[in-house]
Design a protein around this ligand. Structure first.
Ligand SMILES: [Zn+2]
Length: 219
């Protein structure tokens, strides 16, 4: 018990130590690194990804601080009542003027796997994962026909990314930006934990026609 307490303390203290070393090394190789980032933030990309610790956006795209605006949640969902996500989207599109919004899922996603079970994860997680179950229901015919369980999960992961991209296009935030400034393009990607490669699964260029039902005529 005592040992594990100290072990835990050491692990988070190490984060702070490593941070100091990182900051020191940054300045050593690039003396103006922090000065440059201090007053301006002009990322071209908004990244909506899974919270999974194995999919760190900057590391897998070899980007630096300042290059990607990031929002992450369980199973990289775009939920139209999620004030957190919509605030990030609004800020990224209307203030940072990003040119690309990326929804990046990943094969082997625990959130997607959990949604495929009938397990009761209790209130909040049940509510969240319900969105993934809905994606399954929209594509039930295709998914039910896949007998291999892993392949079924992988396909649902791809379909979920596509569905979240469409959820973005349904927002007035994206529709207004498409109409007035012809940006941002939307990109649906899936990262493969096995080899580290990102596979594009859907692209929606700015202005891509969407179902009439979701269009706002008085933007
Ligand atoms: Zn995940």
């Amino acid at each position: 018990m005592i040992y594990s307490y100290f072990a835990a303390m050491k692990s988070y203290e190490k984060l702070l130590e490593d941070n100091k070393e990182w900051a020191h090394n940054k300045v050593k190789t690039d003396p103006f690194f922090f000065d440059r980032l201090l007053h301006v933030q002009t990322p071209q990309f908004l990244w909506i990804g899974c919270s999974d610790s194995r999919v760190p956006p900057n590391e897998i795209t070899q980007t630096q601080p300042g290059e990607i605006f990031i929002h992450r949640n369980v199973a990289n969902l775009v939920v139209n009542t999620d004030v957190n996500l919509l605030s990030v989207l609004d800020y990224a599109v209307n203030h940072l003027k990003v040119r690309h919004v990326i929804v990046c899922g990943h094969y082997g996603c625990g959130g997607i796997k959990a949604a495929l079970t009938n397990h009761d994860f209790k209130h909040v997680l049940n509510m969240w994962l319900r969105n993934v179950k809905d994606v399954y229901r929209y594509h039930r015919k295709e998914l039910d026909d896949i007998k291999d369980e892993d392949k079924k999960v992988d396909r649902l992961i791809e379909l979920n990314v596509k569905e979240q991209l469409m959820n973005l296009a349904k927002t007035s935030i994206i529709q207004r930006a498409w109409q007035n400034e012809y940006r941002p393009d939307l990109h649906g990607w899936v990262y493969d934990l096995k080899d580290g490669i990102i596979n594009p699964v859907l692209e929606m260029k700015a202005g891509t026609p969407i179902d009439e039902l979701y269009k706002y005529g008085d933007l």
